[in-house]
Design a protein. Structure first.
Length: 409
C-alpha cells in the first residue's frame, strides 16, 4: 500500500472524471444547474428608455429654465411603460413618459416630474396640455440607452458555472426560455457494516445507527446531484455485491461507499470492487481518514470513504466533492480557502490535517480555534464547527497568531 499526498490522490481521482451529458431544460427549473454553453447577450436594455417618471424633452429647449423662470412646453403624447410611441418631438414639445417606457424620437432627455408644475397635480390622471419646467437638463439625462448595460454579442455567462438567482434572472431578461445544462449526475451511496442499522430501527446490543448515509446524502444533494440511496450492506461479499449491482442497474455515474475499506478482517468492500473491476487502495497522508479506496466497479467509478463519521465527511470534502464537480461539468471544482489567525496553539502530527474549528470575527480579523477533541468518530465536534482548518503536511505545531487556511462550512 503506497502512501500518497492528498494532492496526488486528488489528481489521480480527478483525472478519471469527465462531465456527464448535457440536456435542455426550461429556465424555470434551472436553479443550481450547471450551464453547458456560454451565453451571448443581445443588447440590454433592448431600447432607449426613461429611468424616471417625467417628460421627454429636447434639452436645448430648456437651457434657460429655472425656478424663477419656468419654461412651458406643449404636451403632445403620453407614453406609459409597455407602449411604443409613434411620434417625433419637435422644439417646444414634450411627452409625458413613465419609467421604463421607450423614449420618443426627437427627445434627448427626460425631465423628472418633480421638476415640473405637473408634480402636484393628480398623479395618474391624463397628461396635461402643457407643462412648465423649473430646471434645465443635460442631453442624455435620465435616458437608459439601448445596450448601455450589456452590448450585443458580449459573453455574460459561461459554460461550467452554477446558476444562481441573478444568473437565472439575467437569462430571463435575455428571453432564454430553455437552456443547455449538464444533466444531474447520479451518485449511488451505500454504507457498510454489520453494526449499522437504519435510523427507524431500535438499537440492539452492539449496534449503532447509520449516520453516514444521511450526512453524505445531504452533501451530494447540496452539490446538485441525484442520490441513489442503496442503504446498508452487511459485512458479506454477496450483500455488498448485490448493492453495487443495483447501482449499475440504476445507471450511477459514481458509487460512493463508506466504511469497509480499512484493514479489518471483515472489510469486504475492497474485495468486491477488485473482483468486478479495478481497485487502488491508498494510504493518504491526511488526518482524519487515512484509508481511501478508488477504482471502478463494472466500469463505474467508485470512491470508498472511511467509515468514521468525521472521516467520511472530510474524505467527501477532499476527494468526492471535486470528483462530483468534474462530473457535474463545473469549471472550478476547488473550494475557496479563507485565511484565519489562530486563537490557540495547535499541534499536528505532520499529516495534512483537516481539523474542526470555529471561526469568529473580531476587529476585521477572522480567528479560529478547535471545537474539542478531534477523534474521527466525534461528529458533535463537527456540528459545533463552522470551518475545517487545514494544516499542511509536514507541520507539527502552530502558535497563537499564526495564519492558516480554512474551508468555511
Ligand atoms: P470501518 O471502516 O468499517 O472499520 O468503520 C470505522 C468506524 O466507523 C466504525 O466504528 C464503524 O462503526 C463506524 N461507521 C462505519 N459506517 C458508519 C455509518 N454508516 N454510520 C456511522 N458510523 C459508521
Ligand atoms: Mg466495518
Amino acid at each position: 500500500m503506497s502512501l500518497l499526498s492528498v494532492q496526488e490522490a486528488q489528481e489521480r481521482i480527478l483525472s478519471r472524471f469527465k462531465p456527464v451529458e448535457t440536456e435542455t431544460i426550461p429556465l424555470s427549473s434551472s436553479a443550481g444547474r450547471v450551464l453547458a454553453a456560454d451565453i451571448v447577450s443581445s443588447d440590454f436594455p433592448p431600447f432607449d428608455n426613461s429611468s424616471v417618471d417625467g417628460f421627454a424633452v429636447i434639452a436645448s429647449d430648456l437651457v434657460d429654465a429655472g425656478v424663477a423662470s419656468p419654461l412651458t412646453l406643449k404636451v403632445i403624447a403620453d407614453i406609459p411603460a409597455g407602449s411604443s410611441p409613434n411620434i417625433k418631438l419637435m422644439h417646444g414639445q414634450a411627452a409625458r413618459i413613465m419609467t421604463g417606457a421607450p423614449t420618443p424620437q426627437g427627445a434627448d432627455a427626460i425631465i423628472m416630474v418633480e421638476d415640473t408644475d405637473f408634480n402636484n397635480r393628480n398623479p395618474g390622471s391624463n397628461p396635461p396640455e402643457t407643462v412648465s419646467v423649473f430646471k434645465s437638463v443635460q442631453a442624455g439625462e435620465n435616458i437608459r440607452r439601448r445596450g448601455m448595460d450589456i452590448k450585443l454579442g458580449s459573453k455574460v455567462l459561461f459554460s461550467g458555472s452554477r446558476l444562481r438567482a441573478q444568473d437565472v434572472g439575467l437569462l430571463a431578461m435575455l428571453g432564454m426560455a430553455n437552456i443547455s445544462v449538464y444533466r444531474k449526475p447520479r451518485i449511488a451511496l451505500l454504507s457498510s457494516g454489520d453494526e449499522l442499522t437504519s435510523v427507524e430501527s431500535r438499537l440492539m446490543p452492539g449496534q449503532i445507527h447509520d449516520s453516514n448515509t444521511y450526512t453524505l446524502s445531504v452533501m451530494i444533494e447540496e452539490s446538485g446531484c441525484e442520490v441513489l440511496s442503496l442503504g446498508i450492506a452487511p459485512d458479506r461479499k454477496e450483500a455488498i455485491q448485490f448493492l453495487f449491482d443495483q447501482a449499475i442497474g440504476r445507471n450511477a455515474d459514481l458509487i460512493i461507499s463508506s466504511a469497509g475499506v480499512s484493514v479489518g478482517a471483515l472489510d469486504y468492500v475492497k474485495e468486491v470492487v477488485e473482483a468486478n473491476g479495478e481497485l487502488s487502495f491508498w494510504k493518504v497522508n491526511m488526518r482524519p481518514g487515512k484509508p481511501l479506496a478508488f477504482g471502478e466497479y463494472r466500469s463505474v467509478p467508485f470512491i470508498g470513504l472511511p467509515g468514521n463519521p468525521v472521516s467520511a465527511i472530510v474524505g467527501f470534502e477532499v476527494f468526492a466533492r471535486p470528483a462530483i464537480g468534474q462530473l457535474a461539468g463545473l469549471k472550478s471544482v476547488t473550494r475557496r480557502r479563507v485565511k484565519v489567525q489562530l486563537a490557540e496553539t495547535i499541534d499536528s502530527d505532520g499529516r495534512e490535517s483537516y481539523l474542526r474549528a470555529i471561526t469568529e470575527e473580531r476587529g476585521g480579523i477572522l480567528y479560529a480555534k478547535l471545537t474539542g477533541h478531534q477523534g474521527s468518530g466525534n461528529l458533535l465536534s463537527l456540528v459545533q464547527a463552522n470551518a475545517l482548518l487545514i494544516i499542511p503536511a509536514g507541520v507539527k505545531s502552530l502558535a497563537i497568531g499564526d495564519q492558516a487556511d480554512v474551508w468555511m462550512l
